[in-house]
Unconditional design. Structure first.
Length: 529
């Protein structure tokens, strides 16, 4: 239907604005930034109109044009509309913030152009209905982002981070191109809807399994998974609006790739198992190292590494609706965190209360974990009685238990001997609220994506082993975090903290392999010539 092509108007509006600014029609950088902000607002309005169309007409695809005999189309479904709303909203917020942040900064108009171009590419990516458009948008988003990462081209740190990102992205691009070729050869079509329908019926065989492996590799590289995570923690020399766009938007493309091709990924349980192991380790790795970082933006970057690992873990467990929900929640949180990072130090100093309110002992920590699991079990039973237990997969139940481990840390402070009663009541309410929110949002995500994303299959022996390993690993780390004041002063802990603060030196190894440490500024390179 022609109406299903309406979402395409959002990136077109931004692309036209970028073109007008590039031709000098805006006349001044300040006016160019204003045009960019208004284009972002128009894109958000068109995304909302796309949601209305989805409700009115239902999912579908609309062909656009033919390139060398290959049709190009856009999709309108709950996944694409959710992502389009998310990207357009964050894009408008970032454009609005950048207008003030870069006021009278040299290169402001150039910055606005590349920011709009990046948003255009990501908008095309999330609504692509064809492998040709999907792959082109995937590559284009990375190339446009590269220009933003080098907004200050003379900074050596910016060159090194952008160089590492460029190399990693090109490998990811090559992997996606090979996967696209295999999918086209296997299913005889470039249409994503056709491919997913055939894959859902079980067709594809070994070729589809190989394509799933390549898709997974491309997603892992795009989402900064261990050991290729270093570029995400080093691209801090770019303006804060770019950091917000990267961490709240572009880095989520890896998870979106796995979600969009969920039916293909289910054809290869071995690949899903690898995603669980790599994503789970990256989540634990990023979460631990985040605690040792002194700088706000660097700590947020490591937080993103951990969150992306958790998202990959969800995809590996075939919890694709929950992974989509995670993308939305993390994007909104991380955009706010980066855009407000400038005042974080002042806000912490104003509290004038270093450290936790109460330090729990071993008994309080044990009671906290038992109480958190008790609250989770009670809420699970309540939702089961209301909605039924048949829709609950063991993977989703285990994931909820992992999430409640994090709440146990707060609950432990509330159960400490020196904790005021108000803190005890508050942390208990937080624990119950987290469990209720998890089950409620899970139901909403599954309901919205029903018929678009596949159901989670029953776990086999391998999946059960991975679920058990994940529960044990995340539980152990949560216990270590909750008891941190009890063992942090031990001499062995001091050495561990140093190693963690340096990311266990995995990034240094990648620097050596990629030669990023040899990068020099363009001015020096030009002088040597």
């Amino acid at each position: 239907m022609l109406t299903h092509s309406l979402p395409l108007l959002a990136p077109i509006a931004l692309a036209v604005t970028a073109g007008l600014i590039a031709k000098g029609q805006a006349q001044t950088p300040e006016r160019a930034a204003l045009w960019g902000e208004r284009a972002g607002l128009a894109g958000l309005g068109l995304a909302l109109a796309s949601l209305a169309l989805l409700i009115a007409f239902g999912p579908g695809a609309s062909p656009l044009l033919g390139l060398f005999g290959v049709g190009v189309s856009v999709r309108l479904d709950p996944v694409s509309v959710t992502m389009l709303l998310l990207v357009s909203f964050i894009g408008w917020v970032v454009l609005r913030y950048a207008r003030t942040y870069l006021d009278r900064e040299p290169g402001q108009a150039r910055f606005t152009i590349w920011l709009l171009a990046t948003l255009v590419a990501v908008m095309l990516l999330v609504q692509a209905g064809n492998l040709v458009l999907f792959t082109a948008a995937w590559i284009g988003s990375s190339l446009c982002l590269h220009k933003l990462l080098l907004f200050y081209p003379d900074r050596i740190a910016a060159q090194r981070g952008a160089h590492k990102k460029f190399v990693t992205a090109r490998i990811s691009d090559a992997s996606l191109i090979l996967a696209a070729v295999l999918l086209i050869a296997t299913y005889g079509s470039t249409d994503i809807g056709t491919i997913l329908t055939l894959a859902h019926s079980g067709q594809g065989g070994i070729m589809a399994g190989l394509a799933a492996g390549l898709l997974a590799l491309s997603a892992l590289l795009k989402s900064a998974q261990f050991p290729t995570h270093g570029w995400l923690t080093e691209v801090m020399e770019t303006p804060t609006p770019v950091s917000a766009l990267l961490h709240a938007g572009v880095v989520n493309a890896g998870g979106f790739l796995l979600i969009r091709f969920a039916d293909v990924m289910l054809l290869s349980p071995f690949v899903l198992a690898l995603l669980v192991m790599i994503g789970g380790f990256t989540a634990l790795f990023g979460g631990l190292i985040m605690l040792t970082q002194p700088a706000v933006k660097t700590s947020l970057a490591w937080s993103t590494v951990g969150q992306m690992g958790f998202m990959i873990l969800q995809c590996g467990l075939a919890l694709f609706p929950l992974a989509l929900l995670h993308i939305v929640a993390h994007s909104l949180y991380k955009a706010h965190a980066f855009l407000s990072s400038g005042g974080a130090v002042e806000r912490v100093a104003a509290i004038n209360r270093p450290g936790p309110v109460a330090v729990p002992n071993g008994g309080a920590v044990s009671r906290a974990f038992l109480a958190a699991l008790g609250i989770y079990t009670a809420v699970f039973a309540l939702f089961g009685l209301v909605f039924g237990f048949d829709g609950k997969s063991p993977q989703a139940i285990a994931l909820g238990a992992i999430l409640i481990f994090g709440v146990a840390y707060l609950l432990a402070q509330g159960l400490a001997d020196t904790a005021p009663r108000a803190l005890t009541r508050r942390t208990s309410a937080y624990s119950a609220g987290a469990a209720i929110s998890y089950f409620a949002l899970q139901r909403v995500a599954e309901w919205l994506t029903a018929g678009t994303l596949p159901l989670t299959p029953p776990p086999g022996p391998l999946e059960w082993a991975l679920i058990t390993l994940a529960l044990f690993s995340f539980g152990l780390v949560a216990l270590a975090q909750a008891t941190f004041p009890l063992w942090s002063n031990h001499p062995a802990a001091e050495g561990l903290r140093v190693h963690l603060a340096n990311g266990l030196y995995a990034n240094a190894v990648m620097d050596r392999l990629l030669g990023g440490w040899r990068r020099v500024s363009p001015s020096k390179s030009g002088a040597s010539k």
